[in-house]
Design a protein around this ligand. Structure first.
Ligand SMILES: Cc1ncc(COP(=O)(O)O)c(C=O)c1O
Length: 404
């Protein structure tokens, strides 16, 4: 596994880590940047070389190489080391997507007859995996309201093994109390898993609070340019080793080109996220003061139900702002069609500002009643702030609202 080029890197700031952690120079041909090792398999000099490697592997003692692409790749390993440094984790694993990270982790932590708890405001495919796939395997799932630790703890049973939530959640940006969650997990012997996609390690490092595992859809902020799909998991060496064994069996590995793009994106993670935090705050304040807006959901606003815990535990409130327009489905769609800079697309966390009406994007196939049951209102808009100039965004949102 390549080591860090800066001694004691774990004590450096996140921007330094974003740029320098992971990989070990000198790279081939003295290249400054991380080489893309584009290979699916690795060679052996002779049979003795192979036997020595296999012998060492049997005891987990092989160093610096592997034999096949599904079991490792130097480009991917360098990016895993960078993500581990950013999350202050012992180790990290890269996956082909965020969903691959979520499904592989849950399949590793749960067996038939066990129980998991998730919060209601989670990515719908995560919820779908828990309530359909895991159910078929005999794993029971309880859904509790995000932001209520008392209800969450009360849902724990003798066979509960995992508590999984996002923070901030999607789309209402509910922020979980990490200290409280980690304490519940430790006292009740339940593993705590946080999908920190919306937060990024720049705004919060859940492991620092005692959370067991952190997941990212690296497709979002970590990659940051809407040009790759990847997932990541960070945590203790012991838990990561368990999940890695299963990744080798299930196969949802990343690839060297995506890993290269991801580490290039990661180099500007701190810059992008700080810019997105600041712009999102200005946009949230602007929207909250606008007469055509019914309600804004942003943890940086005092009106958000989790403002206090977010202020106490996060270094920034993130780059996503959700809001409800005065009016219904059609009026909200007209507003979305009237903005010029934000682009209609699912996903979030990239340099381009993206806008979506969840009722017509992720929840399109559901009826109004089913959507409302899941808390998805028809006048709800999710805005993922990019790195455009804040005044341009404010002017654009203003003209679209004033035209309603
Ligand atoms: C919070 C969250 N977690 C996980 C995922 C899944 O990630 P991916 O699309 O990389 O599989 C998403 C995707 O939108 C997400 O928003």
């Amino acid at each position: 596994m390549p080591s860090s080029p800066i001694p004691d890197l774990k004590i450096k700031g996140s921007s330094t880590q974003s740029v320098h952690a992971g990989g070990s120079r000198p790279y081939a041909n003295h290249a400054l940047t991380l080489p893309i090792i584009q290979t699916s398999t690795y060679t052996f000099k002779d049979t003795q070389d192979l036997s020595e490697f296999m012998g060492a592997r049997m005891w987990g003692l092989e160093e610096g190489r592997t034999e096949y692409g599904r079991y490792g790749n130097p480009t991917i390993a360098a990016v895993e080391a960078k993500i581990a440094a950013l999350e202050q984790a012992e180790e990290a694993i890269l996956f082909s997507s965020g969903m691959a990270a979520i499904t592989c982790t849950l399949l590793s932590l749960l067996s038939t007859g066990q129980h998991l708890i998730i919060t209601d405001d989670v990515y719908r495919r995560t919820r779908q995996f828990c309530t359909t796939f895991l159910k078929r395997m005999g794993v029971e799932c309880t859904i509790v309201p995000a932001g209520d630790s008392t209800v969450l703890e009360a849902a724990i049973k003798a066979n509960t093994k995992v508590l999984l939530s996002e923070s901030p959640t999607n789309p209402y940006l509910r922020v979980l109390d990490m200290e409280r969650l980690a304490d519940i997990g430790a006292r009740r012997g339940v593993r705590t898993v946080i999908d920190s996609t919306f937060t990024t390690p720049i705004n919060q490092q859940p492991l620092e609070f005692g959370i067991d595992l952190v997941i990212h859809s690296a497709t979002k902020y970590l990659g940051g340019h809407n040009d790759l799909l990847a997932g990541a998991l960070a945590g203790s060496a012991q838990l990561i080793a368990l999940v890695r064994q299963n990744q080798w069996v299930l196969g949802p590995v990343s690839d060297p080109n995506s890993a290269y793009l991801l580490q290039r994106g990661l180099k500007t993670l701190a810059l992008r996220v700080r810019c997105q935090n600041a712009t999102a705050m200005r946009v949230a304040e602007f929207l909250e003061a606008h007469p055509k807006i019914e309600r804004v959901w942003y943890p940086g606003l005092a009106s958000h139900p989790d403002h206090q815990v977010a202020t106490a535990q996060m270094k920034g409130y993130g780059g996503v702002v959700s809001f409800e327009l005065v009016g219904g489905l059609e009026q909200t769609s007209r507003f979305i069609d009237a903005v010029e800079i934000p682009i209609i697309a699912p996903s979030l966390g990239g340099v381009e500002t993206l806008i979506e009406q969840p009722a017509l994007m992720s929840y399109f196939e559901l009826s109004t009643e089913e959507r409302l049951e899941m808390g998805i209102k028809e006048n709800l808009v999710r805005l993922s702030i990019g790195v455009e100039d804040v005044q341009d965004l404010l002017d654009d949102l203003g003209q679209a609202l004033d035209g309603q």
